[in-house]
Design a protein around this ligand. Sequence first.
Ligand code: ASN
Length: 328
Amino acid sequence: MKTLEGIVPELKIYKRHLFLNSLIYKSIFKIQSTILKASRDFLYDKGFIELVAPVIAPVTDPGIREAREIETRFYGEKAVLVTSAILYKLAGLKIHDKIFYVAPNIRIEPISISDFSTRLSEFRQIDIEAAYTDREGLISLSEEFLIYIIDKVKKERKEELDMLSRDIKIPKRPFRRIRFDDAVEIASEEGYGLDSSGELSKEAEKYISMIHNEPFWIIDYPAKIRGFYYKKIDSEHLLDMDLIYPEGFGEAASGGEREIDPLKVRDRMLETGVDPRRYIWLFELLYDGLPPCSGIGFGLERLTRYITGIRDIIDATLFPKAPGYLGL
Ligand code: ASN
């Protein structure tokens, strides 16, 4: 994997302005621009419209695994920075049946001074939501979406991919699917386990990603460890999915079919340790009526990292905020 060899990560974060004219960054961010344009072209072509997500809110998505929210004040009132646009995706369906945001997500992830490869505290999701669509429909749309983007980048950014020595293959559909419980077993055979939130540990996910050479899905996550907005498939598992990149690149996207019955959403909140009193507006939205829907969010920086083949996620965003590193 190509990286900006020889430059310590602290300099790449705190002195980013001094590196912006390097050929590597020029190539990466021209490719990222093509990824964004291709995403929008693909989604508009499928009947989606783009909406604009908020940055600060009274309440946000608590389904963020090991991470925490940033609490702040807004004119004396308690507020949080948005961790994901999921709740606004649901609300956005009142405007149109197929919507997406390219939304900023702010999450206090655990600090790691030895690994800048996969996590940022500020990142963007190409966050998609579709009414009258089940998990199957979303899986199919997402596979097409990824293939479309890779194809566009290969056609329009050949020079930049060559500069990065990246020869990325166009994946073949349908992508493989593995149930979460089976993924845990595959990882445990090699001695990898779960993290403190009950997710596959970073190492476990990396290992499973490493033994694949095509993107694949992990489906049916345990109900207790993921957002209250996912619908259950049985008493312990969700109708959800993560897309995982091959070659060790790890998680690409998370999504699933939504629970839209207010009483069941409340049960899911209790099951995941969330206080229903904080989400009155969501209950009102649900009682007002939402169509059955599904959604997924693709991390823009992780998509950029995978397509460019670079090692570190801090090189896949222009002004990185690595966990604990404010940068510029
Ligand atoms: N984007 C995810 C979804 O659509 C939610 C998340 O990022 N936590 O389900």
